[in-house]
Design a protein around this ligand. Structure first.
Ligand SMILES: [Fe+2]
Length: 250
């Protein structure tokens, strides 16, 4: 092998046949309602992304706009009315894909208030998707999970591999799965797109069968391009083969 090939992927490192996302049936994490968060900006963007997801094999998209206290003050009403518009456009253009909406809730003070008010957007059989700050663990994480489970929510943590403050504390992940929290991996983490550390943790979570859901976290065409590449990752195939992945039940 010449020096220039040293950093190239060898045949062994990539799948010869890319994963067809038809095996997952459903994507459960994306930002496809135009103009309400940092995802699709216009209906044209949104429809272009949806068409590409259909080409990749997905049959259903559960899109999950951000709901945050500070940046994206979305409500179930805003999200569902956006969903209606996207659905109308999908029907008009005869695109063969189903779309539903839930939300990606940021764990912040506002979240606990929303919980008390009792109107949280969920998907499937009462699954709720939440994320945390990338800077620091939410101090009341444990209580919030407990309270949600007491209310019969199935708690899903978005992209656990992206919280760098846990990268050297793998026990945290075990604690969560032991408590019945579902871990949703971002498929694009598998190429190392977010960071090398996220890729390492993602693979470790897959190797220990700790992943329950796979998500694209699609925001724009950059994410889409990476998703197309990620289909060649052997670790994606491994997640599908070895983990108990719930996407196709949704
Ligand atoms: Fe997201």
């Amino acid at each position: 092998m010449g020096i220039f090939n040293l950093f190239k992927k060898t045949k062994k490192d990539i799948l010869q046949t890319p994963v067809n996302f038809e095996v997952l049936h459903t994507d459960i994490h994306s930002h496809l309602i135009p103009g309400i968060d940092d995802g699709a900006r216009t209906m044209e963007d949104s429809i272009a992304l949806i068409k590409e997801m259909s080409k990749l094999g997905y049959k259903k998209l559960i899109t999950t706009p951000h709901i945050m206290n500070d940046y994206y003050k979305n409500t179930p009403e805003i999200i569902l009315s956006g969903l209606d518009k996207v659905r109308n456009e999908i029907a008009k253009q005869n695109i063969d894909i189903q779309i539903e909406a839930a939300a990606e809730y940021m764990l912040d003070d506002g979240f606990e208030k929303k919980m008390k008010d009792g109107k949280l957007l969920t998907f499937g059989d009462n699954y709720i998707l939440f994320e945390m700050s990338y800077l620091t663990e939410y101090p009341r994480l444990s209580e919030v999970i407990f309270n949600l489970q007491m209310e019969d929510y199935k708690v899903v943590l978005a992209h656990p591999e992206r919280y760098t403050y846990w990268h050297h504390n793998f026990e945290k992940y075990k604690e969560l799965t032991d408590r019945g929290v579902y871990l949703q991996l971002n498929i694009n983490s598998l190429t190392g797109w977010y960071s090398h550390g996220s890729k390492v943790i993602a693979e470790k979570l897959i190797n220990r069968n700790m992943i329950s859901l796979l998500g694209s976290d699609l925001h724009n065409d950059k994410y889409l391009e990476e998703l197309q590449k990620s289909r060649f990752e052997p670790s994606l195939q491994k997640a599908i083969d070895n983990c108990t992945i719930l996407n196709d039940s949704l």
